[in-house]
Design a protein around this ligand. Structure first.
Ligand code: FPP
Length: 274
C-alpha cells in the first residue's frame, strides 16, 4: 500500500501495517483503529493550525467564522489526542507575527480566545487535561491573560495530557528571550560562558519541562515552519497536509500519526537505536 505525500494511503484509508505483534486491547483498537502501534505513539504532537481564512473565504464567509470553525477543530483534536494517549499537544494559536494582522481580526481572534479558554475549563478538567501557554504572554490583552492564568491554575494538577497554546509566540523571540536570561545570569556571575551548552538553552525556553515535539503537523498545504518551535523541532518529523485546519478531523490525526510511525528516526546516526 503506497502512502502519498500527505499521509493518505492510496486507498484513502488511514490504515497501514498492523501493530508489530503487540497485544492491543479491544478498547485501544477501537480508539486507535488497526492503524496505529500503541508502543510507538509520539509523546508530543505540535500543530501549525493553518487555513482558517481560506476555509471561510471559500464559503463566502467572514474570516472570523473560519477561526470559529478552527476553534471547533481545536476541541475535536484535543479530545482525539487525549483518546489516543498522546501526552503533550501544542497548538500554534497566535504567532508573534500575527500581531501585524488588521486590528479588527486581532480583536476578534482575542475575543474568540478569551471565550474559548473559559468555556473549555470544565471539559479540560473532565478529560484531565492540563492547560499551559508559551509565548510573550504579557503582550496579550488583560482579559485573555487573566482567563488563561485562571484555567492554567485550575488545571495544573491534571496529568492525562498537557495542552499547550502558543500565544504571541515566535521561535526566534523564544530564543531571544532565552539568550537575554542567560546573559543576565552571566552578567551576575551565576554562569560562566564556557558552561553554556545545549541543555542550558533548553532550560531557558518557555516550557523547559515539555519533551521536544516528535511530530509537527501543518495543515493547509504550506510547507514551512513559520517561526514555530525552532529549537525544539530540530529532530521532529514533519507532516504537511493540504487539509484546511477547520476540516482537520480525528481521522486526519490518526493518519498523521500512522505516517509518523513509518518513519525511521535516526537523529543523525546511521541507524535507529531507539
Ligand atoms: C491560521 O489561519 C490560524 C490562525 C492565525 C490562528 C489559529 C486560531 C484558531 C485555530 C482559532 C482559535 C484558537 C483557539 C485555541 C481557540 P489563517 O487565518 O492564517 O488562514 P489562511 O492562511 O487561510 O488565511
Amino acid at each position: 500500500m503506497s502512502t502519498q505525500h500527505d499521509g493518505h494511503t492510496s486507498n484513502g484509508s488511514a490504515a497501514i501495517a498492523s501493530p508489530m505483534g503487540s497485544e492491543v486491547s479491544s478498547e485501544a483498537e477501537r480508539v486507535l483503529g488497526p492503524a496505529l502501534d500503541p508502543a510507538k505513539l509520539p509523546r508530543h504532537v505540535a500543530i501549525i493550525m493553518d487555513g482558517n481564512g481560506r476555509w471561510a473565504v471559500g464559503r463566502g464567509l467572514p474570516r472570523i467564522l473560519g477561526h470559529r470553525a478552527g476553534a471547533d477543530a481545536v476541541r475535536r483534536i484535543t479530545e482525539g489526542a487525549c483518546e489516543l494517549g498522546i501526552q503533550a499537544l501544542t497548538l500554534y494559536a497566535f504567532s508573534w507575527e500575527n500581531w501585524s494582522r488588521p486590528s479588527e481580526e486581532i480583536r476578534e481572534l482575542m475575543g474568540l480566545l478569551e471565550e474559548f479558554i473559559l468555556s473549555e475549563l470544565r471539559t479540560l478538567k473532565l478529560q484531565h487535561v492540563r492547560l499551559r501557554a508559551i509565548g510573550r504572554l504579557d503582550e496579550l490583552p488583560a482579559g485573555v491573560l487573566a482567563k488563561l492564568r485562571r484555567v492554567m491554575d485550575d488545571t495544573a494538577s491534571e496529568d492525562r495530557m498537557t495542552l499547550t497554546l502558543a500565544l504571541s509566540y515566535g521561535g526566534r523571540q523564544e530564543l531571544l528571550d532565552a539568550t537575554r536570561r542567560i546573559a543576565r545570569r552571566v552578567r551576575d556571575g551565576q554562569l560562566a560562558p564556557e558552561q553554556i551548552d545545549e541543555a542550558t538553552i533548553s532550560r531557558h525556553l518557555y516550557a523547559p519541562d515539555l519533551p521536544d515535539p516528535d511530530l509537527v503537523i501543518r495543515t493547509s498545504g504550506e510547507q514551512r515552519l513559520s517561526n514555530f518551535l525552532l529549537w525544539e523541532s530540530s529532530y521532529s518529523e514533519l507532516y504537511m497536509t493540504p487539509t484546511l485546519w477547520p476540516d482537520f478531523t480525528k481521522d486526519d490525526l490518526v493518519r498523521a500519526i500512522a505516517d509518523y510511525q513509518q518513519r525511521d528516526r535516526r537523529f543523525g546516526r546511521t541507524h535507529n537505536r531507539e
